[in-house]
Design a protein around this ligand. Structure first.
Ligand code: SF4
Ligand code: SF4
Length: 196
């Protein structure tokens, strides 16, 4: 099916809603658009599609629309939406599943800096068992030209107040964290290879 959206023609992909429901483990079809998730979302103002719009677009199978929106990358996973949803839908899991699909399909994230941050975060977790903030920020700034001069003053204040440690701290079982990350990467690769 083809739908007109913001004067663009967009595809409705059969089976997309079921795929997202399976990936996220959330009852996508149960959403009845009450809007409580959006009303409580602390990041709704910076999202190009609000949480209730994302889920509606998923229900309608608008794959290109949701996989190209920035909301998927801007979701902080705070779960305020989940605590308010009368249908027990956890939008943070839906957004994570959409971000995963975006990567699996080799799409360019709408906000590349956020995707770069995610990657740096996981790399740091793999190295130390927990994220080392200075390393995550340095890698992100090195890899994303648009971020290089951003928040320098804020960084200096945090450093001055001792909130940014130069040396990493690591967890005793960091090897287990590495194994979990490697397993999930292997699972994502398998999914990618078996996707039609
Ligand atoms: S709060 Fe739940 S039911 Fe209401 S719009 Fe959001 S996801 Fe749908
Ligand atoms: S989990 Fe994501 S979508 Fe839900 S309230 Fe938090 S930022 Fe918004």
């Amino acid at each position: 099916m083809r739908l007109v959206e913001d004067q663009k023609i967009t595809r409705s992909v059969p089976g997309f809603a079921e795929r997202v429901a399976q990936e996220s483990g959330q009852p996508i079809e149960a959403c009845y658009q009450c809007g409580k998730c959006t009303a409580g979302c602390p990041l709704a103002s910076v999202m190009d599609m609000k949480p209730n719009q994302v889920i509606r677009a998923v229900q309608l199978g608008l794959e290109d629309t949701v996989l190209d929106c920035n909301a998927v990358w801007h979701c902080s996973g705070c779960e305020t939406c989940f605590s308010r949803c009368p249908r027990n839908i956890d939008m943070s899991r839906v957004n994570k599943a959409l971000a995963r699909l975006c990567i699996i399909e080799g799409r360019k994230p709408r906000d590349p800096a956020v995707a770069t941050f995610h990657k740096a975060f996981l790399e740091s977790m793999g190295r130390w068992g927990r994220a080392h903030e200075v390393e995550v920020l340095s890698l992100t700034k090195l890899r994303e030209a648009s971020q290089r001069l951003k928040d320098i003053r804020l960084g200096a204040v945090l450093f001055e107040k001792g909130r940014l440690g130069l040396l990493p701290s690591w967890v005793r079982k960091s090897r287990d964290v590495r194994r979990i990350l490697a397993d999930s990467e292997a699972r994502a690769r398998t999914t990618q290879e078996t996707e039609p």
